[in-house]
Design a protein around this ligand. Structure first.
Ligand code: PMP
Ligand code: GLN
Length: 385
């Protein structure tokens, strides 16, 4: 195994899902829904399969999907992208992030990111031979995660090539606000850096807690230097399809495509027209999706608080983080490894998503993208802690 990959073991998601299967625990670790996405989307995939759309689609994605992606961004975020050259279909957001970093960062270039970060970020940065410059998100007295603006400023320097921003943010559930985004935008411009934004939870911002979701690309001066990434997996509950996309100025999209063509070449032909159907669903779908998740967030958050956790209510995503110290927990990794035998529930320790492990040592993450009866069962088990 090459040196640059040696620090990376099996992902925590694989480890914790295997633990859940082995112990029969309720799996609130890995974030995937336990119900299918919209029926119209599933039917369109079946039609495409039966209709013979089973060979290599065009490299950047089928035109129908690229157009639907552009329409969706205009409709929800007022962002204009040309489906021809400014939109690229990828194997999930994961491939888009990896191909963007590999296509934009030279060895030794620095990538500013916020920790805790989604685990593929560190590996993608390492594969590019680039260096990550993490800025730490910490829970404040108001229960929200925030960063120190001075720390962000200090993370930028002459080697900064890009900022990798995930908002709404996994695992904290943080939604970056206008002031925070303005500072990121200012620093990108001051240091002539690109932004790669992972917005897979763009439709999961809870109306009572935060938001609205603001794409960084919409801030003055940022469209020209931002590659915006999202995915069907979260919004349409089809994480196994791995259809994602990147949008941005033609030069950034072309750099990403140059890499992507040799990673996967193309993706899921019959799934692409189906995702196009889903993107065009009426607002009632998106509103219903968010409202459902908000009810589940409240169900799980209340249950965790009852069980004694220090709950950090998320503003977005389908994850809630919680402090284990009120329960006497000292270390999230140890806590999560023992949780299945103690009460039959699986969670994910968030410290594995930090470089400064200490900042997340006592934090664990629970996913609430599960049926209410599953969450109710988990909550009743956790009460036994
Ligand atoms: N980014 C974030 C922040 C995520 O939580 C996930 C989880 N699935 C991904 C990217 C990966 O998305 P995809 O499955 O579309 O590759
Ligand atoms: N995005 C999901 C999570 O954060 C699943 C990630 C994965 O399995 N790679 O839990």
């Amino acid at each position: 195994l090459v040196r640059r990959m040696r620090p990376f073991g099996t992902t925590i998601f694989a480890e914790m899902s295997a633990l859940a299967v082995r112990t029969g625990a309720v799996n609130l670790g890995q974030g995937f829904p336990d119900t299918d996405g919209p029926a119209e989307m599933l039917a369109a995939a079946v039609d495409a399969l039966r209709g013979g759309q089973n060979q290599y689609p065009p490299g950047p994605g089928i035109p129908v999907l690229r157009t639907a992606i552009a329409d969706h961004q205009r409709r929800f975020w007022g962002l204009d992208y040309d489906p021809d050259g400014e939109v690229l279909v990828t194997a999930g957001a994961t491939e888009a992030v990896a191909a963007a970093i590999l296509g934009l960062a030279e060895p030794g270039d620095e990538v500013v990111c916020f920790e805790p970060y989604y685990d593929s970020y560190a590996a993608s940065i390492a594969l590019a031979g680039a260096v990550r410059r993490p800025v730490t998100l910490r829970p404040g007295a108001d229960g929200r995660y925030a960063f120190d603006p001075a720390e962000l400023r200090a993370a930028f320097g002459p080697r900064t090539r890009l900022v990798l921003l995930n908002s709404p943010h996994n695992p904290t559930g943080k939604v970056f606000d206008a002031d925070e985004l303005a500072l990121i935008a200012e620093l990108c411009q001051e240091y002539d850096a690109y932004a790669v934004t992972d917005e897979v939870y763009e439709h999961l911002v809870f109306t009572d807690a935060g938001g609205p979701h603001l794409p960084l690309a919409g801030l003055p001066g940022m469209r020209a230097r931002t590659l915006r990434i999202s995915s069907a997996g979260k919004t349409f509950s089809c994480t196994g399809w791995k259809i994602g996309w990147a949008s941005g100025p033609a030069a950034l999209v072309a750099a990403t495509l140059r890499v992507k063509q040799f990673l996967t070449f193309v993706n899921g032909a019959p799934l692409q027209p189906a995702v196009a159907v889903a993107l065009a669903l009426p607002d009632s779908y998106y509103d219903g999706f968010r409202a459902d998740l908000q009810v589940r967030r409240d169900l799980l958050s209340a249950g965790l608080a009852d069980a004694g956790f220090g709950v950090l209510t998320p503003q977005g995503t389908y994850f809630v983080t919680a402090d284990i110290s009120p329960l006497g927990g000292q270390d999230g990794v140890e806590f999560c490894r023992r949780l299945p035998e103690r009460c039959g529930v699986v969670a994910v320790p968030t410290q594995v998503f930090y470089d400064r492990t200490e900042a997340g040592r006592r934090l664990v993450r629970f996913a609430f993208c599960k049926r209410p009866e599953v969450l109710t069962e988990a909550v009743s088990r956790l009460r036994g802690l």
